[in-house]
Ligand binder design. Structure first.
Ligand code: ACM
Ligand code: ZN
Length: 471
């Protein structure tokens, strides 16, 4: 067995044959292979060759080879690796709204993720506590929406101004950097909730039309976008137009999570919208709003993603890909069984804002991407999985990296090679990945912290819950 993260589908060793490490690697394409499928062969006669179904697949072969070479001295054992992923959508999300991470900080993480064969970077760019993209058509979004007067997240109390946004050029730089590593950037503009920073910049996007400060605390806030006013759509479409010039990818995320609807119940424009469209509940109004935005994006050729909360709307367009994170009513199960697309993940296993005490590496590794009750069609509807890191309580790059790694590697293993190998294999294979962490100067969690003992888990959990408790 060759120790690689994520584990290859099939490895065959040839007896008593070796190639030399310094040899040039020959690569070629074979259209009979899948888009992400490759064959890596090492023989005494032909040296090292990688054949891929595409340039991207060849890149994955190179990533595998890199890990093999890291653990060999000067001879490489002769072998044949035949490999392809289980899931086509393998994503990680970073919340750059609550805290801002520089382009260089993101690049180190992205490069590491690429070597774990992730292929989507879900970039959470807007939230109540900050709007972090330059939008030239509506400049108050980045000039004013990106600044908050302090940060009061749990026991974090910073009375100083916190600000930051990515310029168009910087976002393009990230898109290019990702593209070179076969990662598509999936940008997210969260709507209609988690929109306080947008409303701060343009109060006319809200029901009450009043200026509100950019939020400085964690939580769910009732200032949401007005679903009735045409101004909201006019502005959203301007933002989307500009985002589409920066983010050329296939997918686009429009949020839809945690939407308290109280302000809509007091708004004449929202009520009129419901009347005009025969909508019977505020959930349906959210569905109508998200469908309208999705229609606009689809007219530009995008596939649109929303969080599973939006499934509360019975009229949600079936074209949405739903991202599961916390689904108490298990609506995403029916959605999948009805043949509609889902991205899997959940708060208990794949949310890395929680400490290792709550979400140890082994638990992440054990995440099962198929739900109980999923039939054949339901399983086919799972396009892949995603791990997320929310950053209310993560303010430095070092702690972001510590929370992500190596837990992201466990998700990579499930996304690429679900069920192929044991946890014991995975831990061993992680050793071969350590040089990649070191190359990118990643502050990964040391082994002794991956799986705390029960008492430490309890202590660590209580400590964390106390740290994040709203003050
Ligand atoms: C979420 O964690 N609010 C999607
Ligand atoms: Zn309204």
């Amino acid at each position: 067995m060759v120790n690689i993260v994520p584990a290859p589908k099939k490895t065959t060793f040839f007896q008593r044959e070796y190639a030399y490490k310094g040899e040039t690697v020959r690569t070629s394409l074979d259209i009979l292979l899948g888009e992400e499928e490759y064959i890596l062969e090492v023989t005494a006669e032909d040296g090292i060759t990688i054949i891929g179904g595409s340039e991207k697949a060849v890149f994955y072969g190179e990533c595998t080879l890199e890990q093999i070479l890291h653990r060999t001295k000067n001879r490489v054992r002769a072998m044949k690796i035949e490999d392809e992923p289980v899931f086509a959508y393998r994503a990680f999300m970073i919340d750059c709204a609550r805290h801002f991470f520089s382009v260089d900080e993101l690049k180190a993480i992205i490069d590491t993720m690429a070597r774990l064969k992730f292929n989507r970077f879900h970039w959470h760019l807007t939230d109540d506590q900050g709007f972090r993209m330059e939008i030239k058509a509506l400049p108050k979004l980045h000039k004013e929406g990106s600044v908050r007067r302090g940060s009061y997240f749990g026991n974090m109390k910073l009375n100083s101004k916190y600000e930051g946004y990515y310029t168009t050029a910087q976002m393009k730089e990230i898109v290019d950097f990702c593209a070179q590593r076969y990662i598509e950037v999936v940008p997210e503009i969260d709507l209609p909730g988690h929109a306080t920073a947008m409303i701060h910049a343009y109060p006319e996007m809200s029901c009450r039309g009043r200026k509100v400060p950019v939020e400085t605390k964690q939580g769910i806030f009732k200032n949401i976008l007005c679903a009735g006013s045409e101004k909201t759509y006019e502005y959203l479409f301007k933002i989307i137009d500009e985002m589409c010039t920066v983010f050329p990818g296939e997918y686009f995320h429009i949020g839809g999570d945690e939407v308290p609807k109280e302000n809509w119940t007091h708004c004449s424009a929202c009520k009129q919208r419901m009347k005009d469209n025969g909508l019977e509940s505020y959930e349906q109004l959210q569905g109508w709003m998200m469908n309208r935005v999705a229609d606009y994006l689809e007219s530009k050729g995008k596939k649109v993603i929303c969080w599973n909360d939006a499934l509360g709307a019975p009229n949600l367009s079936h074209s949405f890909t739903v991202q599961r994170w916390m689904d108490r009513k298990n609506r995403s199960l029916q959605w999948a069984n009805d043949g509609r697309k889902v991205i899997m993940g959940d708060f208990y296993h794949t949310y890395f804002d929680y400490p290792y005490a709550m979400t140890p590496l082994k638990k992440v590794y054990g995440y099962a991407p198929y739900l109980k009750g999923m039939d054949v069609r339901g399983r086919e509807s799972v396009i892949g999985l995603e791990c997320c890191v929310w950053t209310e309580h993560i303010s430095s790059n070092a702690s972001l990296e510590y929370m992500l790694f190596p837990r992201a590697a466990a998700v990579a293993q499930t996304a690429w090679g679900c069920g192929r190998e044991s946890y014991a294999y995975f831990e061993k294979a992680l050793e071969a990945f350590t040089p990649v962490f070191k190359q990118n100067r990643i502050h990964f969690a040391p082994k002794k912290e991956w799986n705390p003992l029960p008492l430490h888990r309890l202590g660590g959990t209580l400590k964390f819950l106390n740290r994040i408790r709203p003050r």
